[in-house]
Design a protein around this ligand. Structure first.
Ligand code: ADP
Length: 475
């Protein structure tokens, strides 16, 4: 059987065990009581049979028919009530004799049965002629080895049956009640015992990658859970150390890579200034220049990522001219745009308070994607708008577009769609950096796209306070 929880499993098992134990005990008590009551009836029947036998033997010369009335009177056998004893008498040949005052309830035995009767045969349960259940004792009455008569005595089993049936009812009710109580109590106990585990799960779920320095409290009150919390904390220690090492490595490596990359790019720019360069060399140098620009963007992304994870460097804010920044970025992207047309469609002036390097990286990432995912001959449009307290930068392309499923994940770290994974180079970092930087500036970025038709990324950044008031006055 499959249980939805450990609690229900424990409660179920405990209930079954309790019900089984009480049932076995109950059946035992029932059998014991029933046997005891029957033994009493047996003893009564045997005693009375002996008395009657003695009575007949003592008066052996009197005809049996004449003795009958005296037997009934003398032993006060017949009557009503719960303790009735029935009697039947048979002559020596096994033929029944009639009693004057009482219709015998005992079913009549055949002469053959009586003749083959063994001594000390225990009483038998039989259904009487009036339909009641009887315990019937049959005895041969003999004198000096000669059979004088056969005697049958019976008692009604109804009182015993009534007692045992009452006992059974009480036991069944007791078992049901005990089962219900055991179920409720064991479920409550299991719930109470497992509560600290639920708490530890809740606490653990709140620890994310960015707060690995948090630890579980050692206040669960149960030794086992306390140990679990301590070993979980030790695991967090090791995890945090490993994460810190990795972050430091990414930060150091990307920092170290920046300097040689800047030198390479500077030297290429100088070489490209030579007007006498053969066309093939120029083409090769331009290609190297474009790729090293991409490499340096990747390195910057990695550096920003390491800083974001370390959480110790937010944007260093100063007034940034968005229009100027967009123009500069477009200039930087143009060499790698190939045959994709870059157009500035709308250019409001706008100032924001922000980190220029980070914002430039945002624009580079968005424009690099737009160019990368748009085939030759396609277009990339850039627009800058001021809208009630915000500067809106819109970058749209006529490229591959993004499927509905991918759209939910493009801002996730390291996410790349299946298709672009096969067709274009990339790291899956660009858009997660864009999202992080824009949010760190109090803005937001959204995407609209249709697969095969193109995509539009829209960045909203709050205008610098002065600029905002200037805008409001103008409006
Ligand atoms: P990558 O290095 O792969 O470009 P990004 O984080 O910049 O990583 O982008 C994540 C994914 O989003 C890309 O792999 C690509 O599938 C999709 N994507 C981003 N920009 C565009 C775009 N302008 N057109 C089509 N798909 C895009």
């Amino acid at each position: 059987m499959i249980f939805p929880s450990i609690r229900s499993f424990l409660a179920f098992t405990y209930t079954i065990v309790v019900v089984l134990i009480i049932s076995v005990l109950g059946v035992g008590i029932q059998l014991l009581v029933e046997n005891r009551l029957r033994a009493n009836v047996n003893a009564d029947l045997n005693r009375q049979a002996q008395q009657i036998s003695r009575f007949i033997v003592n008066d052996v010369d009197t005809d049996l028919t004449e003795q009958i009335n005296r037997i009934v009177e003398g032993l006060n056998i017949a009557g009503t009530g719960s303790d009735v004893t029935y009697i039947r008498l048979y002559d020596a040949s096994g033929l029944p004799m009639l009693f004057p005052e009482q219709q015998p309830s005992i079913p009549q035995a055949s002469p053959k049965e009586l003749r083959t009767l063994k001594p000390n045969t225990p009483p038998q349960t039989e259904i009487g002629t009036n339909g009641t259940s009887l315990l019937v004792l049959t005895r041969r009455v003999s004198y000096h080895g000669q059979t004088l008569a056969y005697l049958q005595l019976a008692k009604d089993l109804e009182p015993i049956n009534r007692i045992t049936s009452q006992l059974r009812q009480t036991l069944i009710t007791g078992i049901i009640l005990a089962g219900a109580i055991a179920g409720a109590v064991s479920y409550g106990m299991a719930w109470q015992a497992l509560k600290p585990f639920s708490e530890i799960v809740e606490d653990t779920e709140q620890i994310g990658v960015n707060d690995l320095d948090r630890r579980l409290p050692d206040t669960y009150g149960v030794e086992e859970v306390g140990r679990l919390a301590r070993s979980f904390n030790a695991l967090l220690d090791r995890l945090q150390r490993a994460f810190n090492l990795q972050r430091r490595f990414v930060a150091d490596a990307s920092h170290e890579l920046r300097t040689p990359l800047t030198t390479i790019r500077g030297n290429i720019e100088v070489l490209l200034l030579d007007p006498d360069l053969p066309p093939s060399t120029r083409e090769a140098l331009e290609h190297v220049s474009g790729e090293s620009a991409r490499l340096s963007r990747l390195v910057t992304n990695l550096l920003l990522l390491a800083r974001a994870d370390a959480g110790h460097r937010g944007p260093q804010k100063s007034p940034v001219d968005i229009h100027g920044l967009v123009l500069e970025t477009l200039r930087q992207i143009r060499p790698i745009a190939g045959h994709v047309h870059l157009e500035l469609t709308h250019e409001d002036q706008a100032m924001v308070l922000g980190d220029m390097d980070m914002l430039k990286q945002v624009l580079l990432n968005l424009l690099d994607n737009a160019v990368k995912y748009t085939p030759n001959g396609g277009h990339v449009y850039v627009g800058i708008y001021q809208e009630s307290g915000w500067v809106v930068i819109e970058i749209s392309d006529t490229g591959a577009g993004i499927s509905r499923h991918d759209m939910e994940h493009v801002f996730d770290r390291f996410y790349r769609s299946e298709k672009t994974r096969q067709e274009a180079t990339g790291s899956g970092l660009g858009l997660s950096i864009v999202n992080w930087v824009i949010q760190a500036h109090g803005g937001h970025v959204t995407v609209e796209s249709e697969a095969g038709k193109g995509s539009t990324f829209t960045v909203h950044l709050p205008l610098a306070p002065d600029e905002t008031s200037a805008f409001l006055t103008r409006a």
